[in-house]
Ligand binder design. Structure first.
Ligand SMILES: Nc1ncnc2c1ncn2[C@@H]1O[C@H](COP(=O)(O)OP(=O)(O)OP(=O)(O)O)[C@@H](O)[C@H]1O
Ligand SMILES: [Mg+2]
Length: 238
């Protein structure tokens, strides 16, 4: 399967930024690639009693920043609905009645459409590895059902060693291949940056395929050069 599942140690650790870097790097290697974000969540905190399924639309709006970044990162001409199956304005639709909208068959269908048209697909999860998609699936079990190779994005900050090692362990336990990991410098003021990366490199049983420095507005920049181990991904693509 010409597909990679991008997970992270947490929300806001740079999964979308890493997707952009991977997409741009694959394109530099002449590999046709698009991003896909199955479930895009918003930033509004839900008031649980107020969350109602007001309409049957799969898209509360079509302006989720992750989806827009995935669209702007590929050279292919994709629409919003090509690369996203559900957009919500609330933060955790999986925990409210909105979850009833999320149908795994639609997600599988939308992914299959991308496979038919494009050589490879970079899939971005939501939040972290064990996050639910709906009442039946987590992102982990869905990635497992497709046998997707996984890339772990570590936002380098205090506490990330624990989150990174636990996530890497859970990926291994699922039987999926951890294809590589990416260190993302989300906090420029953090001391021990190099030491954390060295420690994780020793402990994670997968190659470090890129280091993304702290960058102003990274979603608008060319990031392909920060993926230094693109060969680990290219060789997986048929
Ligand atoms: N290397 C970096 N340098 C500077 N800012 C960064 C960097 N990486 C990420 N950011 C910023 O941190 C924020 C979170 O990044 P991003 O959206 O990629 O995280 P995420 O893990 O995809 O979050 P989500 O769980 O919401 O999908 C964004 O505002 C982004 O611009
Ligand atoms: Mg994101």
């Amino acid at each position: 399967m010409n597909c990679f599942f991008i997970t992270g140690t947490d929300t806001n650790v740079g999964k979308t930024i890493a997707c952009r870097a991977i997409i741009q790097s694959l394109q530099q290697a002449e590999v046709q690639v698009v991003g896909y974000k199955p479930v895009a969540c918003g930033v509004e905190d839900p008031v649980y009693s107020d969350v109602k399924i007001e309409n049957e639309s799969d898209y509360s709006s079509e302006n989720n920043p992750d989806v827009l970044t995935l669209i702007s990162s590929t050279k292919e001409n994709v629409t919003y609905q090509d690369v996203n199956s559900y957009s919500f304005s609330n933060t955790m639709p999986m925990l409210t009645t909105e979850v009833q909208r999320i149908d795994i068959d639609k997600i599988n269908h939308d992914l299959a459409c991308l496979f038919k048209k494009y050589r490879s697909v970079v899939v971005e999860g939501s939040y972290g590895w064990l996050t639910p998609i709906n009442q039946e699936y987590t992102f982990a079990s869905w990635a497992e059902s497709h046998r997707m190779p996984v890339i772990l994005v570590v936002g380098i900050k205090q506490g990330c060693i624990n989150h990174a090692l636990l996530t890497a362990q859970a990926i291994r336990q699922s039987g999926l291949q951890l294809q590589g990991w990416i260190a993302n410098r989300i906090n420029p003021g953090l001391s021990h940056y190099s030491e954390i990366i060295r420690f994780l490199s020793d402990k994670i049983d997968a190659p470090l395929i890129g280091k993304i420095p702290y960058i102003h507005k990274p979603e608008e920049q060319e990031l392909g050069q920060y993926i230094t181990g693109i060969e680990h991904l290219v060789r997986m693509i048929e």
